[in-house]
Ligand binder design. Structure first.
Ligand code: ACO
Length: 325
């Protein structure tokens, strides 16, 4: 039994100013609002302009989360940024965020697990906090996927958006009471044999370029629901609960059809599912903290409720997290 729990104190979000609708995209590639809405549920997405980057969006989301928690940057001793679209190959964008926040103590690093990045970062922060090595963490998911899209490929460019979300976590003593707040259990998986189904065709060591996102959409779809539901069943078993105990299901926002199929397969009622994909598109590692922030801010997610997160992405990587909010 853990003697410490990582409690989520607050959330924050930051979206680029520019909103691009499906109709806007239909002027750039051969697509339509009908096609995109039917296959994905996406209606619009935010896209970064030249002045907005993964680090700047991450800083903005972090500042909101800190203010919500009534904390100063100096109260944070761990920053983990989940991203696949860093400002630079190095240093880690997390250290750029750390510097922008004026923090000179503790540690900041990036974590790369594509769309599962936020779950991986949350699980990592939880292990740091519950080990006793760190006290308060900022976990950020921030992405500018618009920079790695092939804007002539209608099969991928319509699916993604830019943005950032953040949470502040604090280590608190865990007394072993069932209703206590905090991260209850996390489950991470990966299987690198699936690389070719979702990847970027460039990189510093292979091509010396940034590259573009490539995806076999049908193949991703085919694997997604099974992987998602397996890792959620692991969470249910670890916590001795079932689907009816969940107050809110906050999945990675890739595609409405994947979200609905996963919820249905698990027996989670659709009115307990937080969906933001229609407004944000797929923002990869940012999608879960953006959705969490939306549902906290509009009063759906409340203290004491049981919140289930899941994601699946390139690698493949996939994971779940169960939290008493
Ligand atoms: N607009 C209009 N037509 C299009 C578009 C578009 N944007 N994109 C593709 N098409 C056409 C194709 O060319 C094809 O035409 P054809 O029949 O004449 O050859 C037709 O639509 C069907 O294409 P498919 O790729 O077979 O379409 P599918 O039904 O599989 O839907 C989609 C594509 C939406 C990408 C689907 O496969 C999907 O949702 N996959 C999951 C992808 C995903 O969510 N990835 C992210 C998850 S992992 C992560 O988050 C990183």
């Amino acid at each position: 039994m853990k003697t410490t729990r990582s409690v989520i104190l607050s959330t924050g979000a930051s979206l680029p100013r520019r909103v691009v609708t499906n109709d806007d995209l239909s002027k750039m590639v051969d697509t339509s609002d009908d096609w995109i809405v039917q296959r994905t549920g996406i209606k619009e997405r935010h896209l970064a302009d030249d002045s907005e980057t993964t680090a700047s969006l991450g800083v903005a989301a972090a500042k909101v989360a800190l203010a919500e928690a009534k904390l100063e940057p100096q109260d944070i001793d761990l920053i983990i940024l989940a991203t696949s679209t860093p400002d630079h190959t190095f240093p880690a964008s997390a250290t750029e965020i750390q510097a922008s926040l004026g923090i000179t103590h503790g540690v900041a690093f990036d974590l790369q697990a594509v769309c599962s990045g936020f779950i991986f970062a949350l699980a990592t922060a939880d292990k740091f906090l519950t080990s006793g090595s760190h006290r308060r963490a900022l976990v950020i998911g921030s992405e500018t996927f618009s920079r790695i899209l092939d804007w002539s490929d209608r099969g991928t460019c319509v699916l993604f958006g830019d943005g950032a979300g953040a949470v502040v976590l604090e280590a608190r003593e865990h007394l072993g009471v069932k209703a206590e707040r905090g991260v209850i259990t996390t489950h991470l998986r990966s299987d690198g044999r699936h690389k070719g189904k979702l990847y970027v065709d460039g990189g510093p060591s292979s091509t010396k370029t940034v590259g573009h996102l490539r995806m076999e959409g049908k193949e991703v779809f085919r694997h997604a629901v099974g992987m998602i539901t397996d890792v959620i069943k692991d969470a249910f078993a670890a916590a001795s609960i079932n689907a009816s105990d969940i107050d809110w299901f906050v999945p990675h926002q890739a595609n409405r059809r994947i979200i609905d199929a996963s919820a249905d397969k698990l027996g989670i009622s659709r009115d307990k599912v937080v969906v933001t994909v229609e407004k944000h598109g797929n923002t990869s590692a940012a999608s879960i903290p953006l959705a969490l922030d939306a549902a906290v801010r509009d009063g759906r997610i409340k203290e004491g409720q049981l919140v289930l997160l899941e994601a699946m992405g390139g690698g493949f990587t996939w994971g779940s997290a169960l939290i008493r909010w």
